[in-house]
Design a protein around this ligand. Structure first.
Ligand SMILES: CC(C)(COP(=O)(O)OP(=O)(O)OC[C@H]1O[C@@H](n2cnc3c(N)ncnc32)[C@H](O)[C@@H]1OP(=O)(O)O)[C@@H](O)C(=O)NCCC(=O)NCCS
Length: 218
């Protein structure tokens, strides 16, 4: 995904507005402009969500650490990744690019290797990944600093090993590790149709914010 908005999540959740044209508006569901537009015949083309995780106690961190341990016990090595892993991250993301549910508020462009390498080395981005027993990078989450928040840029799991807790584990590892460095507030988001992503985030303690509606002119 481009460095648009974290986790494919609504670009709008952070920025307050997603890319729009004359025929498209991305607005929060509680925006006062929604009802008049719908009365004019605009329709909801897609929905997306943003969510926040505020760490408040050590018990929460312990629950997150348990999600990491769960996949470690199944043979995955969950670690922080660095610029030297940019190739592997991009290769995995490119393999899975077609699986991202794209909406106007949740774009995704596979990052370039050089761009990712320099962002991990110099721009303060972070990445956490899970390596399988054969050494393949099977899941990764990439995060970026965004003012007071740490935002998830994207998370992806190799198709053949989905549904085993890997996305949840790498996201949990990120929060645990970054909490140890003083971060307390995390943001993420995604397309409403991306149930796996939504569930992973909710199970980590992310709390949903009002949804974003992509409205199409009649
Ligand atoms: C979204 C994605 C990262 C999830 O990866 P994963 O490793 O399979 O996720 P997990 O195994 O940690 O599962 C997360 C939750 O989703 C649920 N889940 C997994 N696959 C699911 C599916 N196809 N349908 C519904 N729920 C699903 C799991 O049961 C789990 O919920 P639980 O904790 O309540 O049991 C993966 O599907 C993917 O790479 N998709 C393409 C890229 C993408 O859309 N990324 C997210 C936006 S950046």
């Amino acid at each position: 995904m481009s460095a648009g908005r974290p986790d494919g999540g609504p670009v709008a959740a952070s920025a307050g507005a997603a890319p729009v044209g004359d025929d498209l508006r991305v607005l929060r569901e509680d925006d006062e402009r929604v009802a008049p537009l719908m009365a004019e015949g605009w329709t909801v083309e897609s929905e997306s969500w943003g969510a926040r995780l505020q760490l408040t106690d050590d018990a929460h961190l312990a629950r997150l650490a348990a999600r990491v341990e769960h996949v470690r016990a199944q043979g995955w090595r969950v670690v922080e990744l660095g610029p030297e892993h940019a190739d592997a991250i991009v290769a995995l993301d490119a393999l899975c690019a077609v699986d991202y549910p794209i909406t106007p508020a949740t774009p995704h462009d596979v990052p370039g290797v050089a761009e990712l390498e320099s962002s991990l080395a110099m721009a303060g981005w972070w990445a956490f990944g899970a390596f399988g027993p054969l050494g393949d990078l099977d899941a990764v989450t990439v995060l970026v600093p965004a003012e007071a928040l740490v935002e998830t840029l994207f998370t992806v799991t190799r198709r053949t090993v989905r549904g085993r807790g890997l996305a949840t584990a790498v996201k949990a590892a990120a929060v645990v590790d970054l909490a140890a460095r003083g971060h307390r507030m995390f943001g993420t988001g995604g397309a409403a149709v991306n149930i796996a992503s939504l569930r992973a985030n909710e199970s980590l303690g992310y709390v949903l914010e009002p949804r974003w509606l992509s409205l199409r002119r009649p």
